[in-house]
Design a protein around this ligand. Structure first.
Ligand code: SF4
Length: 285
């Protein structure tokens, strides 16, 4: 049986384990129940259960308009995947089954979930065939896998712009060295063929797509138009979302006026980050 490597939250928020037994610690949401809401994108506000897989092929560190830096808000699932939980596909499925209640949406996130495509495909298949849940896959769009894609309802793709690259100045600010994945981020972040596959699949099936660009600088606009949308075909304005950069309410507040203007001027959607407003910058919510 294939195994998946999950980040420290695993399946969240939950009140029962994979055997259906009550667990002692209450969910990080502070609610006396399993489940939370999707905080971002077209399905913001929709009750959901999350599965966070560990590890990422990228290492995002952004610079904001005021010069300050802001890095990946789930470094424990990307930069430093040290607190991991290894689980068989059946066990992950059972955590979901025993905590689903009336929730019909399951969100698979990371890290970058498609790094674990071999075990992810059977999990998605089981979730769809046995629980008939609506599955969202959150990915950075640098990878595509047809076996996983078969079972996904919404591809929530967040392509990474040049501003996400961990240059020497940013690495120094976080006391990190330019080695391994930090070195390869720039060459891996943009995969037009993968992005086009998501667009083509959503246009030829009833699967949904959102291309959710994280924006922190006014220069991001030209790049979205030229390097991404200008190089891709048959995308729909309705599927283009801009989301303010920031892992805290203060950071999101700094980016949001710029992002609002950009979204309105182009007829694209503005994506909120509702979970940060509701729960702060905590994991497991
Ligand atoms: S792609 Fe996503 S998970 Fe990976 S480092 Fe960037 S923000 Fe973090």
């Amino acid at each position: 049986m294939e195994k998946l490597v999950l980040a420290k939250e695993g399946v969240f928020p939950v009140v029962r384990d994979h055997n259906g037994n009550a667990i002692q610690s209450e969910p990080k949401t502070g609610l006396q129940m399993p489940g939370t809401i999707q905080g971002e994108g077209k399905l913001a506000g929709v009750p959901s259960l999350f599965i966070r897989l560990s590890s990422c092929n990228l290492r995002c560190i952004w610079q904001m308009e005021d010069g300050s830096f802001c890095r990946c808000d789930t470094t424990y699932a990307s930069f430093h995947p040290d607190e991991i939980v290894e689980m068989e596909v059946n066990d992950v499925f059972n955590w979901v089954k025993h905590n689903l209640g009336n929730v019909r949406h399951v969100v698979i996130t990371g890290g970058e979930p498609l790094i674990q495509k071999r075990a992810l495909a059977p999990l998605c298949r089981k979730l769809k065939e046995e629980l008939n849940v609506y599955i969202t896959l959150e990915s950075n769009g640098s990878l595509y896998d047809a076996d996983v894609a078969d079972w996904i309802d919404l591809f929530s793709i967040s392509p990474k712009l040049r501003n996400s690259e961990p240059n020497a100045e940013k690495l120094a600010a976080y006391n990190l060295k330019e080695a391994g994945p930090y070195k390869f981020h720039a060459q891996k972040r943009l995969n037009l063929s993968a992005l086009q596959s998501y667009i083509d699949l959503s246009n030829s099936t009833d699967k949904e797509l959102q291309l959710k660009f994280v924006v922190g600088k006014s220069s991001d606009y030209k790049e979205i138009k030229a390097d991404f949308l200008g190089a891709l075909n048959n995308w729909n304005d309705n599927d283009i979302l801009l989301m303010p950069l920031g892992a805290t309410q203060e950071e999101v507040a700094k980016s949001s006026p710029l992002v609002l203007e950009m979204a309105i001027a182009n007829g694209w959607r503005y994506s909120p980050r509702v979970h940060i407003e509701l729960f702060g910058s905590k994991s497991g919510v």
